[in-house]
Design a protein around this ligand. Structure first.
Ligand code: C2O
Ligand code: CU
Length: 490
């Protein structure tokens, strides 16, 4: 159940997990046949990590079970999970199970679903892992600080019948802002970060290692489970010509396909499962690079081809994952809701453009303006960002909207800002029906939908999980600055 991904002095080998029971070549992952289950301990505490290759001193971090990332939790679909969280930090904390459809009391949001876990205290999280896929866990209090300091880990829920691969990698991709002394920059929620792109760093790591060297074999088929744990960085991944197939998004299966953009946009909170087929005749290395902000490139990883070919031709077995038991929204009878995000620097022109092009309904904008103290310019203080004109910093706010138990809902989400926002809903997965009025090709299930500046998407879900559920931007500084709220399901 618990598997430690080493952080200090990690080697490339620690970046991959070979499932026990997996036979060489294409093997069905008949892993974990007889394991003892029970309470698993996850402790948050100060620790150190060697983030900088060849760095003289380790960086002080906060970590789950002593490593960054924290312990890899691996369970089978349908299994009951029981984690005893212990807080050994000097401040309150919690664990949120990102993307997992847990009961509300297990969602880990202090102030909404539970009390903060005080220093020295414990909290027992129990839920059933009903959906297979790639998930992660992190605190949900003072999160810009706690995640930036290293508190995150992966939760992998294995399919009963997984796709056949030679090896599997779990990559938690992070972006660290270090100060001159090599320590984590202790200034969090800086005004500039909050109003712009969030806390961007510059040291990009995979499982706590900068630009790891990973050895792969010609013809090898690898499943890469990627998780973006960064506070703010939207990665734009250049796969160096490997053209991997995307098989799952945010844990849920998607029709296997090679994304057609030159780079794969991968925002905080999101997960993506890829099948990478190393060409049988490959040699040398594939250098994966993040290319998002103009002129800034971050090396991600180097896949170094070595050894004898695993097979003479690209593997041909199916890449299709079995569906998760998600409730299908009834689009005909769905309730319609809107979420309009405004604010941040340089957003006024975007809002005006969306109104002029009719993407934002004038009537709705009228209602929003009525609620808002200041739509266009946030000149009067209060929140930097707003959802439907609301300012969570200033107002005592109820739910963004309430839904009946089992009710289907279609939400039009509009990004009337000049920035990217990955919008995350707790406790549910939703289908992304359309983007800018065009139906999406794969109608993908997600829990975190990335909206480009001025982009509008329609998402649909069934409110089958009772309780109050956060709905917020996963750029943590944006959430801090007001891009936050919750919905209520009866
Ligand atoms: Cu990954 Cu509200 O969180
Ligand atoms: Cu945002």
């Amino acid at each position: 159940f618990l598997q430690t991904l080493g952080a200090g002095g990690v080697t490339a080998a620690a970046l991959s997990t070979t499932l026990p029971g997996m036979i060489p070549g294409i093997g069905r992952g008949m892993a974990h046949a007889a394991e003892t289950r029970g309470v698993q301990q996850v402790t948050a505490a100060p620790a150190t990590a060697r983030l900088i290759p060849g760095g003289a001193v380790p960086t002080p971090v906060w970590a789950f079970n002593g490593t960054v990332p924290g312990s890899l939790l691996r369970v089978k679909q349908g299994e009951d999970v029981h984690v005893r969280f212990e807080n050994q930090l000097a401040e309150p904390s919690s664990i949120h199970w990102h993307g997992v459809r847990v009961p509300n009391a297990m969602d880990g949001v202090p102030g909404l679903t539970q009390k903060p876990v005080a220093p020295g205290d414990t909290f027992d999280y129990r839920f059933n892992a009903r959906d297979a896929g790639t998930y992660w866990y992190h605190p949900h209090i003072n999160s810009p600080t706690q995640l930036a300091r290293g508190l995150y880990g992966a939760l992998i829920v294995e399919e009963a019948d997984p796709v056949s691969v030679d090896r599997e990698f779990v990559w938690l991709i992070d972006d660290w802002r270090l100060g001159e002394n090599g320590e984590i920059d202790p200034v969090f929620n800086a005004g500039h970060d909050v109003g712009h792109a969030g806390r961007l760093g510059g040291l990009v790591t995979i499982n706590g290692v900068a630009n790891p060297d990973i050895s792969v074999r010609p013809g090898e088929r690898i499943r890469v489970r990627m998780i973006n744990t960064a506070n703010a960085r939207v990665f734009a991944i250049d796969f160096a010509g490997l053209a991997p197939h995307l098989i799952a998004l945010d844990g849920h299966p998607v029709t296997p396909h090679v994304p057609d953009l030159p780079v794969f946009l991968f925002a905080p909170g999101m997960r993506a499962d890829f099948i990478v087929d190393v060409p049988p005749d490959a040699s040398g290395q594939f250098s994966l690079i993040d290319r998002f902000y103009d002129g800034l490139e971050n090396p991600l990883a180097s896949l170094r081809v070595a050894g004898n070919p695993v097979r003479g031709d690209v593997a041909q077995t199916s890449m299709t994952l079995p569906d998760n038991p998600l409730p299908e929204p009834d689009l005909q009878n769905a309730r319609r809701e809107q979420l309009l995000y405004t604010g941040g620097m340089m957003g006024g022109g975007v809002l005006r453009h969306l109104v002029e092009t009719g993407k934002i309904d004038a009537g709705f904008l009228g209602e929003v303006r009525g609620m808002a103290q200041s739509m266009m310019g946030m000149m009067t203080g209060g929140g930097i960002w707003m959802v439907n004109g609301r300012d969570p910093e200033r107002d005592e706010l109820g739910p963004l909207f309430s839904l009946g138990r089992g009710e289907s809902c279609v939400v039009t989400v509009t990004n009337a800002t000049a920035w990217y926002h990955p919008i995350h809903l707790h406790g549910h997965a939703f289908r992304v029906l359309s983007r800018d009025g065009q139906p999406t090709r794969y109608q993908e299930w997600q829990d975190t939908v990335l909206l480009a500046p001025a982009e509008q998407a329609e998402i649909a879900f069934v409110a089958d999980n009772p309780g109050d559920w956060m709905l917020h931007c996963h750029i943590l500084e944006h959430k801090f600055g007001g891009m936050s709220g919750f919905i209520r399901t009866a």
